[in-house]
Design a protein around this ligand. Structure first.
Ligand code: FAD
Length: 569
């Protein structure tokens, strides 16, 4: 058996893992290894093309995780996509760069995560960002920004595609949304996200290629002698040494590759950055989790944390499309982020109070379906925060993405903060076996109703001048399937038959106090361990109103600083 030893061993060379690898290897006296199941995609044109969204779906670089049957959502399984490559999911994603609403990040601290708030995270959004000022051409097509919100010196290039959609659309959207009480937002990246916007993407504007985590954080630094990527290698589990002060001590990671099984030794820390659909699985395979689940698979309990793999939260995505009356060229980056009061108008108070009176039920139902792994009182505390964000702070309620391309005007949307919660757990002690992934889409009637309400609202938007003049017939769902005055149940059936995962799973190793359902503490260290952290989308305790990567880069940057402070004197 070959022995290899590093100070830090990072599992997963994806969006978050490569940030941590880069920053830790800035300490020249430590060694860093990254174990990555995938390979380089530097020259994969499905990845590099800025108009190639979707082309890598179903290929070898897509994990295409399959869910369990979704019993509240029509019964069928869903595919949850995730990148299997150096660069992780940032190599296959939609590239949208939008952060979060400031109060959402502040709520992390109020729930007990000391030091995590908008003010402390904002410098790290800036640190990770290499903002590229738009050209006059791009500005005339809608690119807009406040320079105070952007960092120009970070590794991750952020800007607009070279060719933006011709200018008829944005002014029309703006005027129509104005009639509906939704303002224009010049730059959603300063913590206030409500409105219509033309957001930037993670793109190298000059070269006109996708800027993924590898292009930003790894390839320019690959010659560092203390940084090693071990690719095409699957991590199976953490290897433990003797406990210290009652805490579990990781000494390495068992991996599998073409050379067979071996152990990569870690003398300082093991950091799990395998994504929210893998890091909790690795914890369970390593003996950290719910004893009831571990014992079913004869895995000895190293640390009893029953919340591992619970709290799985995703959003649900549906699309509509219209016949276009113009011919549109270029890449659209238009989104509307209306708040609940803007979307519901005079029904706002009714919806707010209905949801409020259901929160205790939601908490109870989820606690029961977790077989006691989560406590209803903890869930209720989080739901109250969520309700406050939606109905009091009035953060964005849904994202509506406008895609006018050629002769078709399509729209995709997702409500941002659903209440449904699911789980992910191992089905076997064999690390090569898939896990049971159950997001419990539309577990609550409210989430389904919301999904339909937003579709109904989008129809209203397309019926509002001047946007209404840019489109002809609705092609999907189409009035023949969902008539003008369709009942709620007609809309709901359409939603269930056509929705998909929004590919934003979070929460499966939540950062929260241990007695409130947390798996990691505010240093992102796994409870009951001396030297194991999780740094990826698993730690976000609940959904955000932005797309995830911008916040994941910022979280990984801040976490890296927290680690470095421990090891530099
Ligand atoms: P990942 O980036 O997925 O990294 C995990 C890494 O670990 C991967 O490289 C994986 O191969 C590796 N790995 C997993 N298991 C093992 C193992 N056992 N051994 C070794 N390696 C392992 N976000 C945005 O900001 N904007 C968007 O427009 C956007 N669109 C999206 C579109 C799609 C189709 C998808 C799937 C996601 C999208 N997202 C978007 C979400 C965002 O990309 C992800 O949330 C984010 O990249 C996740 O980062 P992560 O660090 O948690 O994990």
């Amino acid at each position: 058996e070959k022995i290899s030893q590093y100070d830090f061993v990072i599992v997963g060379g994806g969006t978050s893992g490569l940030v941590v690898a880069n920053r830790l290897s800035e300490m020249s006296d430590v060694t860093v290894a990254v174990i990555e199941a995938g390979d380089s995609v530097l020259n994969n044109s499905n990845v590099t093309s800025v108009t190639g969204y979707g082309r890598s779906f179903g290929t070898a670089i897509d994990w295409q995780y399959q869910t369990e049957d979704q019993k509240y959502a029509g019964g069928s399984k869903q595919i949850m996509r995730a990148g299997k490559a150096i660069g992780g999911t940032s190599t296959i994603n939609g590239m949208s760069y939008t952060r979060a609403q400031n109060v959402q990040i502040d709520s992390w601290e109020s729930l007990g995560n000391k030091g995590w708030n908008w003010q402390s995270l904002f410098p790290y959004y800036m640190k990770s960002e290499g903002f590229q000022v738009p050209t006059q051409d791009q500005i005339s097509f809608g690119a807009d920004y406040y320079s105070d919100y952007h960092g120009e010196h970070g590794p991750m290039k952020v800007g607009w595609p070279k060719f933006l959609t011709n200018s008829t659309v944005l002014p029309a959207l703006d005027e129509s949304f104005n009639h509906l009480g939704v303002p224009y937002n010049r730059d959603v990246n300063g913590g206030l996200m409500v409105g219509l916007t033309s957001h930037p993407n993670t793109i190298d504007s000059e070269a006109n290629v996708r800027h993924d985590a590898a292009r930003a954080y790894y390839w320019p630094y690959q010659s560092r002698p203390n940084l090693k990527i071990i690719s095409n290698t699957h991590a199976n589990r953490i290897i433990w040494g003797n406990d210290s002060d009652g805490d579990a001590v990781a000494i390495g990671v068992e991996v599998n590759n073409i050379n067979g099984k071996q152990i990569i030794h870690a003398s300082k820390e093991v950091i799990l950055s395998a994504g929210s659909l893998k890091s909790p699985v690795l914890l369970e395979l390593s003996g950290i989790g719910n004893p009831d689940i571990l014992s079913k698979h004869d895995i000895p309990v190293k640390v009893n944390i029953s919340a591992v793999g619970e709290n799985l939260q995703d959003q649900t995505n549906n699309g509509l499309s219209y016949e276009g009356k113009e011919f549109w060229l270029g890449s659209p980056t238009f989104s509307a982020l209306p708040s609940a009061d803007q979307l519901y108008g005079e029904n706002f108070y009714t919806v707010a109070s209905n949801v409020n009176s259901s929160l205790a039920d939601y908490a109870e139902t989820i606690a029961n379906s977790s077989n006691g792994a989560l406590k209803a009182s903890n869930l209720l505390a989080v739901f109250e925060v969520q309700w406050d964000l939606i109905f009091r702070s009035k953060v964005p309620f849904a994202e509506i993405v406008f895609l006018p391309i050629a002769h078709t005007f399509s729209v995709e949307y997702w409500p941002l903060l659903p209440f449904s919660r699911g789980s992910i757990h191992i089905k076997s002690a064999d690390a090569s076996e898939p896990a049971a992934i159950n997001p419990n889409y539309f577990m609550f009637e409210q989430d389904l109703t919301t999904q339909s309400d937003v579709a109904w609202y989008i129809r209203k938007v397309f019926g509002t001048l001047p946007l209404a003049d840019l489109v002809g017939d609705e092609r999907s769902p189409g009035l023949e399937h969902v008539p003008e005055n369709a009942s709620d149940s007609t809309w709901n059936s359409w939603v269930k038959a056509n929705y998909r995962s929004n590919f934003h799973p979070v929460g499966t190793a939540s950062m929260l106090p241990r007695n409130k359902g947390g798996v990691v503490n505010a240093d992102l260290k796994v409870y009951g361990t001396k030297n194991v952290r999780v740094i990826d989308a698993s730690v976000l305790p609940y959904q955000l109103c932005g797309h995830l990567t911008s916040t994941l880069y910022a979280v990984a940057e801040r976490a890296s600083d927290l680690i470095k402070r421990r090891y530099t004197f």
